[in-house]
Design a protein around this ligand. Sequence first.
Ligand code: JHZ
Length: 393
Amino acid sequence: MIKKFLDLGYQPLANSYVLKKNLKHKEKNFKLEVGFNNKNYLVSILKTVPKEKMFNKDYPYKSSESITMKKSFRDFAKKITNRFKPKFVIEIGSNDGAFIANFNKKQVVGVEPCKNLAQITKKKGYTTYSEYWGPKLSEKITKYKKADLIYSANTLSHIENFEEIFKSINNALSDRGVLIIEDPSLLKCLQNLAYDQFYCEHIYVFSTLSLREVLKNFKLEIFDVENTKTHGGSNRYYIKKNINSLYKISNRVKIEIKKELHFGINKFSTYQTFAKKVKISKNKLLKIFSSLSKKKLRIVGYGATAKSCTVLNYCGLGKSDIKYFYDTTSYKVNKYLPGSKILIKKYKKLTRKEIDVVFLGAWNFKKEIFKKEKQFIKSGGKFITHVPYPKII
Ligand code: JHZ
């Protein structure tokens, strides 16, 4: 049974940035509630939005916007090439190609339903299917040759129907093949009080425990797991078919599940505590904004993320709190954040001439951003973050 534990209010679609001419139009909102399933330990949002409304030709998010992400994909591609020596690789959710760019064009196929993104890798000569992953597509791609490596980062947690995902993966993967998936870690999300990991696109936030339960239904099993720093703390799961005896189940899987159980990831009370702390976090963040506004400080945002949408709309922060956001993504520039309708400006190096305090929408890139904005920090510029608790840095 799925039991609700968190109510983040009515929210617009997180990646639907608003054009100036549509500012007066009423946006479609949906109720963002999060629940826990005590049978398979899955944490999911309760009301989902049709995929066509979210993942289409206007999808704004590009993985290559960050140096950190590009490097992380490059290093990882090298690592798995050495470890598994794959001959045929499929990436589900290839975005703008940050991962597949590291492979030979004949060796890799991308799947990317957002046509604007698929176009980028197609133009570079990479075979890219601009369709939703599912049984038909998996059969089409692997009719003559099964994949010995399937990779999917920040995508499978965005697909509601497990039959669609994992049955198709089982069909597309060779018996000795490996599936590697990477998604935000539920344990990290709970520990960091990162409630902004919940929005329309993140249907699930997986734990090792819950993913292991789900995979059982599809004759798949996790044989290794790694914690990564991306997106505020993610897990990279190495998965194989049950019948594949090439890989032994690593002790790391046991250790990770032990860690999760120790935190209480299998208990509803853990999520009730989390929800209480989220409310406290909201109040603290509002207090910080109100004290800064009394001092008449100039506050802007940095990184108009999907996560920011949840925070701003849940906390009721708007134009009077944050003058504008900076973002490097050209598609987002000169549009407005959904719900809060804060303007997004083309990124410019931060200077004290214009700005006193910066709200870190892309808190997951804090290190990269602080490195870039050394001068601003040196000259007394400050940042506000809400993760793991609201504070001024
Ligand atoms: P970032 C998206 O979430 C949506 P978001 C999606 N659902 C998901 O799961 C994750 O990505 C993977 C900008 N930026 O990665 C670029 C700067 O302006 O936290 C991006 O717009 N300057 C698929 O949106 C945003 O911040 C910088 O220096 O929460 C980062 O978005 C850097 C580093 C980033 O994902």
